[in-house]
Structure formats: structure tokens, C-alpha cells
Ligand binder design. Structure first.
Ligand SMILES: [Zn+2]
Length: 127
């Protein structure tokens, strides 16, 4: 579970990005290790989930961001030389948003992620 400060930190960043790009999907914190089957040692920082109706038709998406990772970004940005930062969390969210438009990890997805990320950072610095 995120504590109050981590929750506000995450809400501020995800709301900023969701409003900037008018993202029509929910973005929620989730302890991925507890809910997503994964290989030993594997780490899933963000995940874009397809939502299907009972006929199997795609009806939308939900994005989840790993809770321990959000904690690391929140705490890491206060520590010198930490690999975790606001920008890293922003990039992870942009990566997942890009999956709504390009499902595969290909060049198009990478380019879109970079474009969203650059835009998010650009307007963040203008604020
Ligand atoms: Zn991905």
C-alpha cells in the first residue's frame, strides 16, 4: 500500500499526464507481484491491461503502475545518485499510454513513448 504522501505524489504525476494527453483510461497503483503472474526475477513497472466484454470484444484499457516502484520513485528523488526519479515514473506512464495506440513493443511504440515523454517534460518545465 502507498502511504498518503506517496499516493499524493503518484496522483499529481498521473493526473498531470492524463490531462495533458486527454488519456481516456484509468491509471492506478497496483502491487504487480501480488496480482500479475511473472517469471522469477522479472519486474513489471507498468502494465497496460486490455478490458474485454463477455463476448471477448475489446472495450477499453486500464493502466497500472507497480506500487513498490512508485515508492522507489518517491523516495529516490530525494536521494542523491538514485536511479529512481520523477522523470523515470513519467516515462513509465508514457510507455503504458503508448500501448493504447501501439500494442507491440516495436519502433512505432518506442517513437510514440519518446514523443509523449518529451512533451510531458517540456510542459512540466514550463509550469
Ligand atoms: Zn510495454
Amino acid at each position: 500500500m502507498l502511504n498518503k504522501k506517496e499516493q499524493s505524489y503518484f496522483n499529481a504525476i498521473k493526473t498531470y499526464i492524463a490531462r495533458l494527453f486527454c488519456v481516456p483510461v484509468g491509471i492506478y497503483p497496483l502491487d504487480h507481484k501480488a496480482f500479475i503472474p511473472m517469471e522469477e526475477g522479472e519486474e513489471i513497472l507498468g502494465c497496460c491491461h486490455k478490458l474485454n466484454d463477455d463476448k471477448g470484444d475489446l472495450v477499453g484499457y486500464v493502466i497500472t503502475i507497480d506500487e513498490p516502484y512508485i515508492k522507489s520513485c518517491y523516495n529516490g528523488r530525494q536521494a542523491p545518485y538514485s536511479p529512481f526519479s520523477d522523470n523515470q515514473l513519467i516515462e513509465t506512464i508514457c510507455h503504458e499510454i503508448a500501448h493504447i495506440f501501439v500494442w507491440e513493443h516495436n519502433k512505432e511504440h518506442k517513437n510514440l513513448t519518446n514523443e509523449l515523454y518529451d512533451t510531458a517534460i517540456y510542459f512540466l518545465e514550463k509550469k
